[in-house]
Design a protein around this ligand. Structure first.
Ligand code: FAD
Length: 657
């Protein structure tokens, strides 16, 4: 791209940066500039007709899923927590306002784990149990967020975060039981609702960008492999011949993809796995397979979606377990190896009977079903199918009539026992909301928020536990969603998914089509559709944790305009040969930014070999008086079922204490 100011202006015009698309947030008819404003300005305290204070979520019509622009960790969601971290919050905060509200349980964090904790608590303590859930975002669900678009009045849904019900671990009795009680039967829904016809005939492609590969080139008809379920019938050699890759790189890729060599011949199975668990996939390709270095840019981003980092930082054993190429001749078995403290995730995935179900809004549907179960007045219906189009009435979420209340845009800033930890009968929770601090009290508290937040808001915890809570660095990533006028370009090019290993977003995909309840995905290429793009702000060369830290800062420092320019440029270059026009075809953009995304999972390349029960998450999740700790961080595993399991355990600890 031409970066001189004049050139940039010309290019910006060609890309349609001037177009007045839906990237501005509208709430109750009030327009908010692209990128959003600070929460205080966005949702000022409102006074009702009676003069009492009313918060934004209490106003009829409040409906965050339709907001576009910068979402995920949106403006207004994180400033309070960062100020507590930086140590200047209490200087600025006024005296806490006592709400005089008392609850049986206060849950900090309205993600899957916090909602599940509330569900399990109410199930055991009874329907009259008074529960308050606090979350710092303007919507509930944590990472399980819903993005809603309405082109021409038609509903288009997608996930802003959590994609699907799937797990490399089989779901536990409690997690599967919760889904069953809500009415979710993933295998049955997968069979009934997955629309296998909508994208029939559309395949996979690679886009080689000139900055990385020397020439811009879209090469369609990518063969199956590397975890892909379907591909064209072309051979790797034929496919690679159309790419700008060097002859040496092409020959190496054919060997990696199709070879049957045991590169560690004679090494026993357990030793092979041990070695592969401590070397990156990049090193495996370069040092063990002895591939040409030019293959690395081709494979570098292949792990971005699942790990949030590139192949330089992901163990080769993990890549084998998720069916990456190169291991075909190595005779590795899928029985978790004895004596290895790390098990590659895919090693324990059942080969049969596993399932993958994607609601049109991802696992936000599970969050919405949990909320409907906890607060029936908030949404109509009672099935897993009708939740998809059920309208959520946010004004019922924090209603005095309800025994369960969900308070949004509320960041917990202080959690402490009222009295000695061992004998206290209550815990006080202070939370910041719209530039004020409020106090509530509970008989018990579940901290279902992120591990690294807890030492700041609960300073009374033992030092060893606080250190363990700080250990993990959550994985940053971005799910960008672009509403396009039609998908004729995809159709013309015969593609539904493009891997762009060198670009700002490493993939461009049409969302999976699901027919569920009254929801119908687009079928005709003339209809509007949502395009997903994935960005992981990783920095190869650093350790996984350092990459994650750097990515976190990068995401918070990147303005929406930069995302938009890159999105327009990338779609124009990738889909241009199919007739895509960024000026007229892009109708709306939502950037779901997750600086604190996936829970940190231990990685044998970067983490020590802890004895059983001594991993940081084991120490971090110990109960403390009337406070217990949930969240997927408590399992060091970024999966919905793990978040549910941790909610269950935290509640069991509280109720047995
Ligand atoms: C982009 C993305 C895609 C994913 N896809 C999948 C998938 O396909 N399948 C799968 O199984 N898993 C997936 N995961 C992982 C899965 O989403 C999580 O494991 C699970 O939803 C986490 O739930 P949680 O409640 O533990 O945490 P979260 O969803 O993070 O919820 C915790 C909540 O606590 C809030 N909080 C933090 N501090 C405070 C405070 N001081 N006061 C108030 N609130 C606070 C947070 O802001 C957040 O809203 C994905 C994760 C991400 C980020």
């Amino acid at each position: 791209m031409n970066n001189n100011p004049e050139g940039k202006t010309v290019r910006d015009h060609e890309l349609g940066m001037h177009r007045n698309i839906t990237r501005r947030d509208f709430l109750n008819g009030v327009a908010v500039g692209a990128g959003g404003l600070a929460a205080g300005a966005l949702f000022p305290n409102l006074l009702s007709a009676q003069g009492s204070q009313q918060f934004a979520q209490d106003v009829p019509g409040y409906y965050p899923p339709t907001l576009t622009g910068m979402r995920g960790s949106h403006s207004g969601a994180f400033e309070v927590a960062h100020s507590v971290r930086d140590g200047d919050f209490w200087e600025k905060a006024g005296k806490p306002i006592d709400t005089h509200q008392e609850y049986d349980l206060i849950v900090v964090g309205g993600g899957m784990s916090g909602l599940a904790a509330a569900y399990f608590y109410r199930k055991q303590a009874g329907a009259s149990a008074r529960i308050l859930i606090l979350d710092n975002h303007d919507d509930f669900g944590g990472h399980a967020k819903r993005n809603e678009f309405r082109p021409g009045g038609r509903l288009l849904l997608t996930n802003g975060g959590t994609v699907a019900i799937e797990s490399p671990f089989p779901y536990s009795k409690q997690a599967r039981g919760l889904l069953t009680e809500l009415g979710i039967d993933p295998p049955a829904l997968e069979k009934k609702c997955t629309d296998r016809e909508a994208h029939r005939g559309l395949g996979f492609a690679y886009f080689f960008d000139k900055e990385t590969f020397g020439a811009d080139k879209l090469v369609t008809g990518a063969p199956a492999g590397m975890g892909r379920q379907a591909g064209s019938s072309s051979t790797w050699a034929d496919f690679l011949a159309k790419t700008p890759l060097s002859t040496e790189a092409q020959q190496s890729i054919v060997r990696i993809q199709e070879g049957k060599t045991d590169y560690l011949e004679g090494v026993p199975q357990a030793e092979k796995k041990a070695r592969l668990s401590r070397m990156s996939y990049k090193d495996f390709l370069l040092k063990v397979v002895k591939a040409h270095p030019d293959v690395i840019p081709f494979y570098q981003a292949r792990t971005h979606g699942l790990y949030g980092i590139g192949i330089d930082a992901v163990p080769a054993l993990d890549c084998w377990a998720i069916h990456f190429p190169g291991f075909q001749g190595m005779g590795l078995d899928r029985v978790p190896s004895k004596g290895l403290s790390f098990t590659a995730l895919g090693e324990v995935t059942p080969q049969e009977g596993n399932y993958h179900f994607h609601f049109p809004d991802g696992n936000a549907s599970i969050a919405r079903m949990l909320v409907r179960s906890l607060i029936p007045a908030a949404a109509s219906g009672n099935t897993a199918e009708d939740i998809v189009t059920a309208k959520m009435d946010y004004s019922r979420l924090d209603h005095a009539d309800s025994s369960v209340r969900i308070r949004l845009s509320s960041t917990a800033v202080g959690v402490r026992h009222l009295g000695e930890t061992a004998s206290a009968r209550q815990v006080e929770v202070l939370y910041g909301r719209e530039q004020k601090v409020y106090a509530v009290r509970g008989k018990g508290v579940v901290l279902a928020c992120w591990n690294m937040v807890i030492p700041y808001i609960c300073p009374d915890l033992p030092a060893e536990q606080k250190e363990a809570l700080r250990y993990g660095v959550k994985v940053p990533l971005v799910y960008t969603v672009v509403e396009v006028r039609n998908w004729n370009a995809f159709h013309k090019l015969g593609i539904r998914s493009v891997s762009c290993p060198g670009m700002y977003h490493s993939s461009v995909n049409l969302d999976q089509a699901i027919n569920i309840g009254e929801y119908r995905p687009p079928r005709s290429p003339d209809e509007p559709i949502l395009v997903h793009m994935l960005r992981t702000p990783c920095q190869p060369g650093l350790s996984a944790r350092e990459q994650q830290r750097a990515g976190h800062y990068e995401l918070l420092a990147t303005p929406f305009e930069t995302f938009e320019r890159n999105i327009r440029d990338q779609l124009a270059r990738v889909l241009g040969s199919g007739g895509f026009d960024p000026v007229h075809d892009i109708e709306a953009i939502t950037v779901n930014r997750w600086p604190h995304g996936y829970a940190y999972e231990y990685n044998p390349m970067w983490d020590p070999d802890w004895p059983e029960g001594k991993q940081p998450c084991d120490i971090a999740r110990k109960p403390f008086g009337r406070i217990s700790i949930a969240n997927s961080d408590a399992a060091a595993a970024a999966y919905t079922d793990q978040a549910i399991d941790q909610g269950y355990r935290a509640v069991a600890e509280l109720l047995s204490a």
